[in-house]
Design a protein around this ligand. Structure first.
Ligand SMILES: [Ca+2]
Length: 169
């Protein structure tokens, strides 16, 4: 049961009612959920970075963490292609998560990002004023569409406008 009023949260989890945000914010997950955790499905994660996994064969993978600009928010989709005409693959990514559970803060620090690839396999962030790629919304899906006038990148934002970017000609 949820009932929200501006400035005050009336939220019931298990048998606990949380009347104020500051009380709720001071609790850890055990305090919030209590006994419900004992019978819940439990997954654990040990790596939270957005990264590139390279298949080395025989079940081995090399993990390369993307630059810090890829860690500002959750990543929802990405494209791999050459976005600066140097014949080396680059990475274009989008993200954010505005609709999260009440006990999880929303992820809204992402603005999209272009990472330019190099021959050594490193990726470098291309600033917005150089890439022209800016997706600050709740960006969920991205595709390339080939047209008679070139390739367009479409970005779908949850509850917001569809963005389009022209890939170089
Ligand atoms: Ca490139």
């Amino acid at each position: 049961m949820r009932k929200r009023v501006v400035g005050v949260v009336n939220y019931k989890i298990s048998n606990n009612w949380f009347m104020k945000y500051d009380v709720f914010a001071s609790l850890d997950v055990n305090n919030v959920y209590g006994e419900l955790l004992n019978n819940s499905l439990n997954y654990q994660a040990t790596y939270f970075s957005s990264a590139i996994l390279t298949n080395l064969g025989s079940g081995d993978f090399m993990v390369n963490k993307l630059p810090v600009r890829a860690q500002f928010s959750s990543v929802n989709d990405f494209l791999v292609g050459d976005y600066n005409k140097d014949d080396i693959n680059d990475i274009l990514l989008i993200g954010n998560m505005h609709h999260s559970e009440i006990e999880t803060p929303r992820n809204d620090a992402g603005i999209g990002a272009l990472f330019l690839g190099s021959e050594s396999g490193e990726y470098t962030f291309s600033p917005v004023n150089q890439s022209g790629f800016f997706t600050p919304g709740d960006a969920k899906k991205m595709i390339e569409v080939k047209t008679n006038d070139g390739t367009i990148i479409l970005v779908a934002n949850n509850n917001d406008v569809l963005q389009s970017f022209i890939k170089f000609k």
